[in-house]
Design a protein around this ligand. Structure first.
Ligand code: XMP
Length: 324
């Protein structure tokens, strides 16, 4: 399939109820008596797909949350518990060592993304699909993911068929993408209509490669831990801005700092806080300086080894939302 044959459903033409009915019928007839597996990350896209498929397929759907070791603090457990409350069983798979091992020594951004994609689809899902006897993998690819990948901006982790990858041949299953015609705002409306809580349908976007998209240079356990700690602070302080997306990035270069009167050659964290409609274009939010100062203080005090904090003031383009 190429983007030419994927028809975008524009927000003004989108009817969530009718869409749910149509896609649920489609899923149910495609999967038939078989089994489908599904990767939940807790983002609005994969959450909407999980709920849609749960309604359409019931016990023929097996949902997994893959802990890649690249998620935010407590995220895997929190999302699994949240879905459990809604009656959806999600199995947590610990793949932390596998992913960190796969990323060892890689510094090139596109190579990182490719490595995550290969491990995710081949090693982890290839195995889960085989074990469960499933023939289908459901995922929440959206219209913007396809556009950005085909435009050559970034290889989005979930784009396969549009890059000419035959998933059946390469991984042993077919990928189903029920929300590929929608952009973020349509997906939020869909998630709300599906009965997902506000925490999910209003959730700021988070990239598939997770914190690896926010570590410049090699992705190690320690460096992910640094960006994870900074992320907690950035999310706590910036959620009140109502911005489209806010994040912390760990830079590769270190700089000279001074702490308690002693030289400290430490890390640099960059904060980004975006205004955007659909992530295609973005501009930095005009954050009050007091809030920026608070971020600077908290990050240098609470995240070990960080001596410098900067705020990104470039627009997208030429910047992108994530750093990798
Ligand atoms: P960029 O960094 O390309 O990001 O300006 C645009 C939007 O997409 C998110 N993003 C991803 N989402 N898989 C995803 O599902 C990915 O590989 C990926 N990379 C970036 C990013 O957070 C932003 O909202």
């Amino acid at each position: 399939m190429s983007s030419a044959v994927i028809q975008e459903i524009r927000l003004e033409d989108f009817n969530a109820e009718a869409f749910i009915k149509e896609k649920a019928d489609e899923l149910s007839s495609t999967v038939g008596n078989g089994i489908a597996v599904n990767a939940l990350s807790g983002g609005v896209d994969s959450s909407a797909v999980t709920m849609l498929a749960h309604k359409a397929l019931g016990s023929k759907l097996k949902s997994f949350f893959i802990d890649t070791g690249l998620m935010r603090e407590g995220e895997p457990q929190h999302i699994v518990a949240l879905f459990k409350k809604m009656g959806v069983r999600v199995e947590l798979i610990d793949a932390r060592e596998l992913f960190l091992g796969a990323l060892e020594g890689i510094t090139d951004p596109e190579e990182k993304r490719e490595s995550i994609t290969e491990y995710f689809y081949k090693k982890v899902f290839g195995k889960l699909v085989k074990e469960s006897g499933a023939k289908f993998l459901l995922q929440g690819t959206n219209y913007t993911d396809v556009e950005e990948t085909l435009a050559g901006v970034k290889r989005q982790h979930n784009i396969l068929e549009q890059l000419g990858i035959d998933t059946q041949e390469r991984y042993g299953y077919k990928v189903l993408e029920p929300i590929i015609q929608l952009r973020k705002r349509g997906i939020r409306e869909l998630a709300k209509t599906l009965g997902l809580p506000e925490e999910i349908y209003k959730r700021p976007p988070f990239p598939g490669p997770a914190l690896a998209a926010r570590v410049i240079g090699e992705v190690t356990k320690e460096r992910v831990a640094t960006v994870r700690k900074a992320t907690i602070i950035v999310e706590e302080e910036l959620s009140k801005t109502g911005a489209f997306q806010y994040l912390a990035i760990l830079h590769e270069d270190k700089v000279t700092g001074v702490r308690n009167g002693k030289r400290e050659f430490g890390s640099q964290i960059e904060v980004r806080c975006w205004n955007s409609k659909d992530a295609l274009l973005g501009a930095p939010t005009r954050i009050p300086f007091e809030l920026l100062e608070k971020l600077g203080d908290r990050i240098t005090e609470e995240v070990p080894g960080v001596v410098s904090v900067t705020y990104n003031i470039a627009k997208k383009p030429p910047s992108t939302i994530e750093a990798v």
